[in-house]
Design a protein around this ligand. Sequence first.
Ligand SMILES: Nc1ncnc2c1ncn2[C@@H]1O[C@H](COP(=O)(O)OP(=O)(O)OP(=O)(O)O)[C@@H](O)[C@H]1O
Length: 270
Amino acid sequence: MDEKIRIRDVGKVYGTTHAVTALEGVDLDVMDGEFVCLVGPSGCGKSTLLRMIANLHRPTSGLVEIETQRPVPWPTAMVFQDYGIFPWKTVEQNVAFGLRPRGVGKEEARRRVAHWLERMGLTDFAKTYPGNLSGGMRQRVSIARAMVVEPEVLLMDEPFAALDAQLRRLLQEELLAIWQENSRTVVFVTHSLDEAILLGDRIVVMSARPGRIIGDYRVPFERPRTPDIRGTAEFSALEERIWAQLRAEVRRAPGGEPAGAMDDNQREVA
Ligand SMILES: Nc1ncnc2c1ncn2[C@@H]1O[C@H](COP(=O)(O)OP(=O)(O)OP(=O)(O)O)[C@@H](O)[C@H]1O
């Protein structure tokens, strides 16, 4: 496998008078086709790192590079927690949004939009406006809009965090299937270790702010995977190992609870 994303000694400081050092000395390589999950306490700079990979923020120091044959436009697409779709455009128009700027012709655009509407179960809602959709359906639109541009790197910032537990499981399972059909490079930020182990090839753990990388775990489950792996002893053991490291960082982060007060069963990083 070749290297797809190269992050070298990256730092990010926001502001000047009240400067906030969000990241410090971050090194990370992501291989082509790899699904990497980033976990860490609240405010440790996960979104900042993702936005730098998306070329939305520039690092204050260090280097973020993507190995690509077509650097213009930037070869990433992003899915946000709050959907990031346009309320004044229909589902179909939202999904088609990124195609024209990327020079995709009309016929090809029509074909791709139809494919992703169908794949995400949105065909009957093509002419609907997002305001009339549930949260789960809006997030499907968001995923379709990202996938339709056939990004080399898919960036997901807590995409399922706003959904209720059942919908979240459903969309996790759909993403797992989609990724296994398309296998692109993915960087996925989550507060849930369960979600990270289900979906990822690797789990990268960040420290409390300023964020640094303090752990890197390979997920041992073969592909294609199904959600049944959740019930295995290996799954729980990995979750325990990662949580043991993460727990100390969560406690160090602002708002970290004293020992014993956290909901250990949920393994959600506060
Ligand atoms: N535009 C900004 N200006 C100033 N400070 C910022 C800005 N964006 C983020 N920060 C600060 O940088 C730090 C890292 O923020 P970031 O959103 O990257 O963390 P995160 O790990 O994604 O947090 P969460 O898990 O809560 O979403 C935080 O202290 C945040 O307040």
